[in-house]
Design a protein around this ligand. Structure first.
Ligand SMILES: Nc1ncnc2c1ncn2[C@@H]1O[C@H](COP(=O)(O)OP(=O)(O)OP(=O)(O)O)[C@@H](O)[C@H]1O
Ligand SMILES: [Mg+2]
Length: 228
């Protein structure tokens, strides 16, 4: 099925929000989204969900945080296959229409949007997710792994965002605490590391709350977001 080309339209929303994207799939975007949704009493939206065999990201967040239905928005697209959105859509003879990715109305700001996989994921055969981020006009929190390999992935992601003039609030490094990577990424990437999120034995609402408080996230986030 051929997807029609996208003609850009304004998708700006008047309520505040930000986008959680990753340096890769499976880097911890959903867990970090949960941290912010709970910490900021925010609303969660995963516009494109590929892979329905296990729990969807929205299911994970709702269960983990016991989130009431007014604090999450239903997906615009859900596809069975756990592959890149452009292909998972094609496997069902469907197509992602970019105009359906407009931000729906919501009551409890800020809105936290979790992207599908990494930045350069194609939404159609001729349209990359990173190019869509600009349409939402929200700043980015980039989630990367904490360990070996992350300097390369994070700096490449930041460069791609910078080239498109997409503003970045900061980075969250997820996994075992690393002695050098945060300061190296901050220095070379020119973007603050907001939080080093540790590897947890069990992810619960309480453990997220503990991390939020121990990292002084209320005041760190407030001072960072005030610049946007
Ligand atoms: N800090 C952590 N401690 C323990 N487990 C973690 C941690 N971060 C992520 N995980 C686990 O790793 C897996 C992938 O994390 P998560 O689902 O948040 O990634 P994702 O980037 O949202 O993936 P996707 O691209 O599929 O949306 C999950 O099973 C999650 O519970
Ligand atoms: Mg996820």
């Amino acid at each position: 099925m051929a997807c029609t080309s996208y003609i850009g339209t304004e998708m700006k929303h008047k309520e505040p929000g930000f986008i959680i994207c990753g340096t890769d799939t499976d880097v911890g975007k959903t867990i970090i989204s949960a941290l912010f949704v709970q910490g900021l009493h925010a609303t969660y939206w995963k516009p494109i969900q590929s892979g329905l065999e296990n729990k969807t990201d929205t299911n994970v967040i709702c269960k983990l945080l016991n989130l009431p239905k007014e604090r999450w928005l239903p997906e615009a697209y859900k596809f069975k296959a756990a592959v890149s959105p452009h292909w998972s859509a094609e496997l069902e003879n469907r197509c992602i229409e970019i105009n359906r990715l407009k931000i729906p109305s919501f009551t409890y700001p800020p809105l936290i949007i979790e992207t599908a996989g990494g930045l350069m994921v194609p939404l159609t055969r001729n349209y990359l997710q990173i190019n869509h981020l600009k349409q939402w006009q929200y700043p980015i929190i980039l989630v990367g792994r904490s360990g070996l390999g992350t300097i390369n992935h994070t700096l490449l992601s930041l460069e791609a965002l910078k080239a498109r003039k997409i503003p970045v609030i900061g980075i969250v490094l997820n996994g075992p605490i690393h002695k050098d990577n945060p300061k190296t990424i901050e220095k070379l990437g020119g973007v603050p590391v907001i939080c080093q999120f540790p590897a947890l034995k069990e992810i619960t609402s309480e453990s997220l709350s503990e991390i939020w408080i121990n990292n002084n996230m209320d005041s760190i986030f407030e001072s960072l977001i005030s610049k946007f």
